[in-house]
Design a protein around this ligand. Structure first.
Ligand code: COA
Length: 174
């Protein structure tokens, strides 16, 4: 079972029992605007998580609940589409009222996991056009835009890019 311990937060793999937390967050209009829509159906969410657990068992995908050190849920982030030379991350969502450092720390922990634990040399991810705050977030981390289509902006992020910023953000890590 994957459990990633950070400084102020942990990433723990989602369980079927997290269905309600996940669904409630994904149904918030202001949070889900730039994410794939989900149906308001708890049974379907549970079934989706059961499917996910099988992928997790085969080390194909990791869906993490972001929690604080008191094990209170703060958000979600997913590592998926594990290509031979690149991992993808996304489905990133942090609930209102979470500490301001949660976004940076969760991104750093995802990179620590993908680069150091899974051993990848690069990552890829896409962000919906118009999700300017998230696009700016990735640019500040040094991610490169590879291409765009009507819907998304596509990014590539290399281990070297990460190493350049890691020093700057070391206060967010243990
Ligand atoms: C995506 C998401 C998890 C990012 O979290 P967030 O808290 O909004 O992230 P922010 O970019 O505002 O960063 C948090 C804080 O860290 C600061 N910050 C971010 N990157 C930084 C950097 N590289 N250096 C310094 N400060 C930085 C921000 O300025 C912000 O501080 P502020 O509140 O004083 O403005 C959140 O916006 C969310 O849940 N969005 C809805 C779902 C979504 O669109 N997900 C993305 C799909 S691709």
């Amino acid at each position: 079972m994957k459990f990633i311990q950070g400084k102020r937060i942990n990433l723990r793999v989602a369980q079927v029992e997290d269905a309600e937390f996940i669904l409630n967050l994904r149904l918030l209009q202001h949070k889900s605007q730039y994410l794939s829509p989900v149906e308001n159906d708890l049974l379907k969410q549970k079934a989706w998580l059961e499917g996910y657990k099988q992928k997790e068992e085969q080390a194909l995908e990791y869906y993490f609940v972001i929690e604080n050190k008191q094990h209170e849920n703060l958000g979600l982030v997913r590592v998926y589409d594990l290509q031979p030379d690149s991992f993808c991350w996304g489905s990133w969502l942090i609930k209102d009222g979470a500490p301001q450092t949660t976004a940076i720390e969760s991104a750093l922990l995802v990179y620590e996991f993908g680069f150091n634990e899974l051993g990848y040399r690069q990552a890829h991810f896409d962000v919906r056009k118009g999700n300017d705050r998230v696009i700016a977030f990735h640019r500040r981390f040094g991610a490169q835009v590879t291409h765009e289509d009507e819907l998304n902006v596509y990014f590539n992020y290399k281990f070297e890019d990460y190493l350049k910023v890691k020093q700057k953000y070391k206060r967010y890590l243990n």
